[in-house]
Design a binder for this molecule. Structure first.
Ligand code: AMP
Length: 193
């Protein structure tokens, strides 16, 4: 099972990706986590990415594609993956498709966790107040939500056209969202074989 999760900052995407990965026994690959790991380890990739992540800007496509290639290939040979945080733009989706299609590693299902703008802002303010990560300050988070909302329409259109796009109401409590996502994915899985 090869799927990706699209959701704004504060949509619960990381939490749901963890649950999905556990349920289906597949790898959870988070572009943000991988980038944070590189930044913490001061690798050349980390140094290239650091200022973008700190500002809440998107890291250049080449950098992101580079760090994802190996884990995505490995997971594809080993039961599949749930990608969390990638792609963020139509250009990334198109580039990933070209790389993955010859490797039999391309995405089969795209899940969009839909959370209304006001609720994202509310959750963001709570997260900013409780400390959170280095890029969880209020102004950076507002910027990240704006970035996401700018990029999302063409991305959804792309997956609507090309793949199975599942739209899930992400505004409900975590457990209810998990149950719905897993139920829907189980249903879709029957159609993949
Ligand atoms: P996340 O953990 O998904 O919220 O991502 C944290 C930050 O990492 C983002 O604000 C971006 O700066 C960077 N990032 C993560 N994934 C991507 C991506 N696919 N393309 C560009 N930048 C990304």
């Amino acid at each position: 099972m090869r799927l990706l999760l699209i959701g704004a900052p504060g949509s619960g995407k990381g939490t749901q990706a963890t649950t999905i990965a556990r349920h289906f026994g597949i790898a959870h690959i988070s572009s943000g986590e991988l980038l944070r790991g590189h930044i913490a380890d001061h690798t050349p990739t980390g140094q290239a990415a650091e200022k973008y992540v700190a500002r809440g800007d998107l890291v250049p496509d080449g950098v992101v594609m580079d760090i994802l290639r190996k884990p995505v290939e490995a997971a594809s040979r080993n039961g599949g993956y749930v990608l969390d945080g990638f792609p963020r733009t139509l250009a990334q989706a198109e580039a990933a498709y070209l790389v993955a299609k010859d490797l039999d590693a391309s995405v089969q299902v795209a899940v969009y966790l839909q959370v209304p703008h006001d609720q994202l802002i509310e959750r963001m303010l709570r997260r900013a107040q409780s400390g959170g990560r280095g890029d969880d300050t209020e102004s950076v988070m507002r910027h990240r939500i704006e970035e996401f909302e700018k990029q999302i329409p063409p991305l959804l259109e792309y997956y609507d056209r090309r793949e199975v796009l599942l739209r899930i109401d992400g505004s409900r409590p975590i457990d209810e969202v998990s149950a719905t996502v897993i139920g829907e994915l189980e249903r879709v899985r029957q159609t993949l074989h």
